[in-house]
Design a protein around this ligand. Structure first.
Ligand code: CA
Length: 344
């Protein structure tokens, strides 16, 4: 986040507190010159002390004016134009230049991603003691990483029956997180130990460890690089050999950064990510970080509302060979095979 972005956010937050209006800034374009003009316009608007300003700079500029609490209480969403001619001219000029710059840079208007529903086509038993933090399928067999201190494991599970075929327990102090295959190895993250484990995929023999500076949440593999989440809106692309960061993307949709990215799965050129404490999975472009769609799994959880905080939806596994998609949650009794249904 640039200093200008931070500055604008502080200003908007301050104005929001003063006026009770709705203010948000998401992504700022790289063109600082345009931002400077916007800032000047913003300050001019602020100087009028008559309206709250909403800026949404999510690749494309959208400016709207919401009346503050001192104005037009009966029609709170009607735009109120109270600028002097000079102020209006400044703002219009800045907007025009910004739009022109955005157009010349090939930026596109951001629309809301489509929302997909689901259909359950299969249901399999799942260990109700398994605090699912990582999940993948390979050769028809399920691999699962579980969390909680003293209960964290890496396990190999027969999908159809839930039978545990092999299990490796993590040290007491480690809180297991995401897992992914990488060649003939399995990588497993830990939450706050800044340590990842590397196992032989067949024997679960520990081959080595590596470290990372952030928390560890989810991990998947696109065939070339590891992709890791840390509970923020960031995804980190790591070398599968050295575990060094190659690049980083920030995940966002039309409303701004998407935080709490959790368990991950690479699915046909996209990254699927559970969003912690929600029933939603984000479909993410690995190139841009843009959310290209949402999968709404509302109604799938077998749990009561008051159980969902701990027993959140978490765990995505994709069987590429047979095009099967599996999802589950922490301590859930079942794993579901689902098919996505068209946008609604
Ligand atoms: Ca996964």
């Amino acid at each position: 986040m640039s200093l200008i972005t931070r500055y604008l956010k502080c200003q908007v937050t301050s104005l929001q507190a003063q006026r009770g209006g709705l203010c948000r800034i998401s992504i700022i374009d790289k063109n600082h010159f345009i931002l400077l003009l916007l800032r000047i316009s913003y300050l001019l608007v602020r100087a009028t002390r008559r309206v709250a300003l909403t800026l949404s700079l999510d690749s494309m500029l959208k400016v709207s004016y919401l009346p503050g609490r001192n104005y037009a209480p009966a029609t709170p969403l009607r735009p109120v134009y109270v600028f002097s001619k000079l102020h209006s001219l400044s703002l219009i000029t800045a907007v025009f230049i910004f739009l022109h710059a955005a157009q010349s840079e090939g930026l596109e208007t951001v629309s809301s991603p489509p929302v997909y529903g689901y259909k359950v086509v299969g249901k399999y038993p799942h260990d109700k003691q398994a605090f699912t933090q990582g999940l993948f399928v390979e050769d028809g067999v399920l691999y699962e990483g579980t969390g909680l201190n003293g209960q964290s494991t890496l396990r190999k599970v027969r999908l159809e029956t839930g039978e545990i075929l092999k299990v490796h327990k993590l040290p007491q102090e480690c809180f297991g997180e995401g897992i992914t295959p990488s060649g003939n190895k399995i990588i497993q993250l830990t939450w706050r130990s800044n340590t990842g484990f590397v196992y032989d995929k067949d024997s679960f023999t520990l081959l080595g460890t590596f470290s990372y500076p952030t928390e560890g949440w989810g991990i998947t593999y696109d065939g070339r690089q590891l992709i890791m989440s840390d509970g923020t809106a960031n995804l980190y692309f790591l070398s599968p050999e050295t575990f060094r960061e190659i690049r980083k993307i920030e995940v966002s949709d039309d409303r701004g950064p998407v935080v709490r990215l959790n368990e991950l799965e690479y699915v046909r050129g996209e990254i699927f990510a559970n969003i912690w404490l929600t029933d939603r999975i984000a479909r993410i472009s690995p190139q841009t970080g843009r959310v290209t769609g949402w999968i709404d799994l509302k109604g799938l959880s077998p749990l009561k509302e008051n159980e969902k905080t701990v027993k959140a939806l978490n765990g995505i596994a994709y069987d590429a060979r047979n095009d099967r998609l599996f999802v589950t949650g922490k301590l859930w009794p079942s794993i579901y095979e689902i098919k996505l249904v068209a946008s609604k």
